[in-house]
Design a binder for this molecule. Structure first.
Ligand code: ADP
Length: 151
């Protein structure tokens, strides 16, 4: 148990976990990208969600694996369909900031039944995407609690 914190302090540690300490790099694409190219991008970047941004790099949409599958079923011309047609769009996007607690981000993902959240910074005239929180980040954080405490 050398160097481990007592079990009792787990709740303090949980409340101290911030999105900014566990987030991953966001992968963003432009609104005019085709569904076909978005699928290639998702594979190459090895992510489950792409964030869509406008010309000012502000968040406008989210593309999940199933969004892309749905758009592909029964449509052979995915090269011709831009992602802005099929994405989930603002203002229906759930997001968080670096300063939010990981607990809050977990609750948003479970309540909204989504796999990831964009981490944003409000620039006044739009939301800049600065990170990504996924269920994998939450699992890593969960494990770090066990590593840091006597269980
Ligand atoms: P999948 O669709 O592959 O199961 P998700 O559960 O993350 O992946 O996405 C479910 C639906 O919710 C999709 O239509 C997706 O566009 C949308 N979605 C994903 N993340 C968000 C988010 N942060 N805010 C709003 N909608 C989202």
């Amino acid at each position: 148990y050398a160097g481990k914190k007592p079990t009792q302090s787990i709740s303090d540690s949980m409340n101290a976990m911030k999105v900014g300490d566990f987030q991953s790099m966001p992968v963003v694409v432009s609104e005019s990208l085709s569904v076909y190219d978005a699928i290639c991008h998702m594979f190459l970047e090895d992510v489950g969600t792409l964030f869509v941004v406008d010309k000012s790099s502000f968040l406008t949409g989210v593309l999940s694996r199933k969004d892309l599958l749905r758009a592909t079923i029964g449509n052979k011309e995915t090269e011709k369909v831009p992602v802005h047609i099929i994405m989930t769009r603002m203002p229906n996007i759930t997001y968080c900031t670096k300063q939010d607690t990981l607990l809050m981000a977990s609750k948003l993902m479970i309540d909204k039944q989504i796999d990831s959240l964009p981490v944003i910074q409000d620039r006044g005239d739009g939301l800049e995407v600065v990170g990504r929180i996924t269920k994998t980040n939450i699992t890593a954080a969960f494990l770090s609690l066990a590593d840091d405490h006597e269980l």
